[in-house]
Design a protein around this ligand. Sequence first.
Ligand code: PHE
Length: 450
Amino acid sequence: MDKRSEFSSKIGFVLAAAGSAVGLGNIWRFPYLAAKYGGGLFLVIYLIFVLTLGFTIMTAELAIGRKAQLSPMGAYRALDKRFSFVGVIASLVAFLILPYYSVIGGWVIKYFLVFVSGGGVATTGADYFSSYIAKPIEPIIWQAIFVLATTFVVIRGVKDGIEKASKILMPILIVLSVFLSIYSIMQPGAMAGVWYFLYPDLANFSFQAVLAAMGQMFYSLSLAMGIMVTYGSYLSKKDDLETSVKQIELFDAGIAILAGFMIIPAVFAFSGGDPTALNKGPGLMFVTLPKVFETMGFGNVMGGVFFLLVLFAALTSSISLMEAVVATVCDQFKWERKKGVLIVTVLAILIGIPSSLGQGVWSEVLIFGFNFLDFFDFITNSVLMPVGAFFTCILVGHVLETKIITDEVKLSSPFKREKLFIIMVKYIAPLCIVAILISSILEAMGVIKY
Ligand code: PHE
């Protein structure tokens, strides 16, 4: 068999993994949660989770991948046959997310083009967004283009495709984020928003805030999607795994915080300091923010810059998704990379179509009360990911000798936080994950609301 591809440098690997982590979640969910759940206090709790729970699961996944030198299905099987299903779940998660993530990626391309062509004001019309996504054809075309942009990178391979693209896109993403944050803070009336974002407000703090922070951390670090196992399998045995994890986390949290500075002050300035104007998800990104941009000086430019930034964030995430799927099918069926990429591309486009149509012509077609897009989102994020992560902890903490994994980390450097890792992976992480599973199912069922 060919030698397995490898990232050419640690920084290339860190940027690619950070590219996966930094995505829509950082931009359309983190600022909302932070503002809602006690500002600075939420930030502190979030960071504690990143440095403990996030650190543990990410280290475990990267080490599993690097040890086995295989994508998720093969890697879990190689460690323990009975745990093959965890690899199957992880690969399935990536396979199911890629199509609908691309539908949203397509919306981002559309908005970017509308703003750079100077027509941003059109997007502020009352039903612009809902009637756009309900169209039968156009959103599917942009979705396909988004998938093809991902294909363009992934088909070139780990070093010449993913690593190179990450080295270009991620630095630009930082510069754009810093620029927009500064511009947003400088708007008249914005300081109230900065204060709201950072002030640790005990009154808005609750047990739900802790759960929300935990769930957000999980999604934001791209855990339990087979991605870190796959990227770990391309990591050289020489590269320091523990510092890599730290750097990826720093990157992800840094962009989330910058997104807070970018969005909260601007919305506050726009709404005259009304915190309820700040919503999350598509409503924030495609409905509220366009209105905010239009009231700013250089609104079309700022909107264009914003959607470009979001596009880069989404692209580097979808690249990691596609790679996780391609690596799996290529390892599994012994396909060449090209063949794997092309087949996955066609499937991603086709499977994305119902998610797009579900916003309009097929909106009556519901699965357990969800439209297609929300159903795929629910089944992956709220069910499969926590289940996969739970069994990863059981495998590493209780079935295998944990030493097998910690020794893998120590191949490249001393493992400074080894004790923390062992306690977390054996006892605390499984409990936290069960809490995430229960709360995310309750949230999806509408019993609790974040
Ligand atoms: N970590 C990404 C985010 O915060 C989420 C993601 C990554 C989703 C990769 C899918 C695939 O948006």
